[in-house]
Design a binder for this molecule. Sequence first.
Ligand SMILES: [Mn+2]
Length: 565
Amino acid sequence: MKTAGEAVEWSPASVSEAAELLRGAGYAGWLAELLARRGVSDPQAAEAFLHPDLSQLHDPHLLAGCDQAVTLLMRARERGETVALVGDYDVDGVSATALLTAVLRACSVDVRPILPHRMRDGYGFQPVHVERARALGCRVVVTVDCGTSAVRAASAALAAGLDLVVTDHHLPGEALPAGVVHINPRQAGCTYPFGELSGAGLALKLATAFAAACQRPIDPRRLLRIACLGTIADLVPLRGENRVIAAIGLRELGRTRSPGLRELIRIAGLKSPYSTADVGFRLGPRLNAPGRLDSADAALELLLSRNARRAAQLAAELDRWNRERQDWERRVVADAREMFLERERRPAILMAWSEHWHRGVLGIAAGRLAREFHRPTILLAVEDESATGSGRSIPGIHLFRFLSRWKEELVRFGGHAQAIGMTVDHEQLAQLRQRWEEAAAESWAAEIAVRRFEYELELRPRDLTPELYAEIQRLEPHGEGNKQPLIRLCGPLRLVRSPRFFGAGHLTAEAVGSDGGRIGLLGWGWQERAASLQGEFEVLGYLENDRYRGRPVLRLVDCRSQREG
Ligand SMILES: [Mn+2]
């Protein structure tokens, strides 16, 4: 989306030095550049990237703490002790919990999964989960996708005489107390070769190591079907091991025997071959929805269910939660948009709050509005004396660093460059907003003034052949760290005939270039921008396959009249 009068800049993505080396090894120039930009530095890495394979997964024992964790779990198994597994309420946390629970159970360990409740517990491993584990008679607690800075909960677990294994991929904070087995590839002293696994990826590692120790080896492809959900949904970079997990997990998804996963795929209306978008926009939101609005337990039960009838019920339940989530999201976006449009001058940071919003959808709503208005956006739900909410940023603006200056004045505050969460005293909201708007106006004038697009390929219509599409497809699955390559289709282009409109404001058109080549254009939500496709123009877009006509089509991202230069 783009607002009238907003400046837009197109620029070519930079070329990495490794591209030269790859070109020398025989890769086509454009492919060499794409690979190099994705962190591929030599021909061997290029082959690995183009052919993701199970052999590229690293030995789990290279993770600091893995051996001790396996020993501890083996002891619990021999003694018949119950293990509490504390996860998280998002897709990564739920899939990590499901994966490790299933493997521990297959190895005859008695496991009690515990998912934090977003509204009652807040994020992460808390002392209350130690209490719950004790009430369930557990002697051992294992965390997945949380706990790396949960000093209070860890101390409570040790004080209660429990064994504790923390597995997490978030940045470690204050050191955990001695005696905790800590698995996190990002902690100091861990020499594991890949630092960007998701929570589900780490659960996969521990599960694989434990199953091997129990001499119950499990076909890794079965585990990758679950691990790929968290890996894709958590937006970790899809390179290295993550690329293997995503590529093979997606390829294998259709072969799952899990009734829950099958029902979820069916109710989401997915068809093979499955893509990262299918997980990101169809399966992920359904698994996430119950945990956003209430408890994530239904999502976990679905993934663990072995009963087709129960699985069908749960999939329908998740689908209902997801529709309710969409309703909440639409309502929050509409309310906040109205508040932002009322402002006479649009501030450099957008902040709004209400007593009528649901906390669980504020992050996605803020992300939507940040993209629409091209400004960092913070939305908060007011509950009694305090307000809790989420902020999302735009490329080039480190929102966490910006807000850290005020962290003493916030009740709770956490996050990273692009996403933050906070709790604030209700009474302070108006004052904080004013100060943040003033500071943002000084800091970000340049970033918000121009919407920048970096394109990776510069092509003419004749270049957009099915062969080229097939070559680009070798870079799939796309996601974080391996975005679909943005193409600048060089002009001048002209429409062959007037665009055709369909659905809720979408369009298709056909353009012809000065080279005589023709290409179909597809514009989701482009009806209002149809006028920009007049006269001579140029476009940015993604090459996709037109399912109906079986040939490539360019999905429009931006357009400019040729005269603008
Ligand atoms: Mn995670």
